[in-house]
Design a protein around this ligand. Sequence first.
Ligand code: DI6
Ligand code: FE
Length: 399
Amino acid sequence: MAILLIGATAATMQGSYGLIPDAALVLEVDRIEWIGPQSDLPDDYAGLPARDLGGRLVTPALIDCHTHIVFGGTRATEFEMRLNGASYEDIARAGGGILSTVKATRAASEDELVAAALPRLNQMLAEGVTTVEIKSGYGLDTETELKMLRAARRLGQVRPVTIITTYLGAHAVPPDYKGRADAYLDEVAIPTMRLAHEEGLIDAVDAFCEGIAFSPAQVERLFTAAQALGLPVKLHAEQLSNLGGAALAARHGALSADHLEYLDEDGARAMAAHGTVAVILPGAFYTLRETQLPPIGLLRQHGVPMAVATDCNPGTAPMTSLTLAMNMACTLFRMTPEEALLGATAHAARALGLADRGRLAPGLRADLAVWEAKTPAELSWRIGPTPLHARIFGGQIDR
Ligand code: DI6
Ligand code: FE
């Protein structure tokens, strides 16, 4: 059954905003069948039951391309410790940080992980998101990594959303392998990746390339093993220091390199050459009160596509609002509202290797957000959510 939407202000995100002021859209099953100026609507569609959007802004549904929403516990105590003088790295080296979430995640059942993640997912959906990437990486043992990935997949069965799973077994070195990161990779992280892949639980493979986590040489070994399985890769790179992770990721044809505060020009050049998307994560920058700004100018200059995501995680970005991340990308990093919206739609799709969404065009998925707004800049302008009028997932209007 086809649906006709009229009276829309459509931001197609084809290249730039791609605005169509008085737009009509025809949705057929789960695809966009037609989009254009209402005055050009072909006669064949004119008789369809129409919903008048009253001039409201319609965009591609938002895509949160970097999250860690499946986890146990909270990290409010650590937040408090940081406000009493400890640094993020001090806490990590003392066995807190990521490892404290590992403890809580190991202790939780799969059902408990799903239940804990659902309110976070619900908040995302209420803001017009229809595709969410979810990383593992708070298990660091076979059982818990698989449990996290299964929980993530289940979230996609209980809510109208596409879940993309990323295996992040190389997120931190667990306590029993302290000082033996290579052994952890060989004995746990890489074998677990193979098991999870056999179970169909992995869409991509990620790692944390950092002094407190894995070296470029170690990441390279993981990537080689991932690519032997035909899995795409991506990397947490240049978040706290510059180890050349982005260039390494780019050389491996990575879908994205994420964070990038410490990226240099060679890194930007390599990303441009290999079509690796820069995923900008202002929530972590804000939480850590980082002062090194990601080099947005360099990324622009080299034509590296920029995505924006929440990085929703208990340690460095306890946030679910993608439009707040867009606002922060503009206010803190001086990205334009147009770049921020491309970053949460077309470029986010690309960061996940998804060619069927992120823009409004015939043949693409009918994943749409209809906003209580008239202009696209409003989505980045507000500090916090812009009210949503309707969310359409695969052609189904769910609110
Ligand atoms: N970088 C981050 O910002 C998150 N993971 C990562 O590699 C933080 C994860 C955490 O602190 O729990
Ligand atoms: Fe992250």
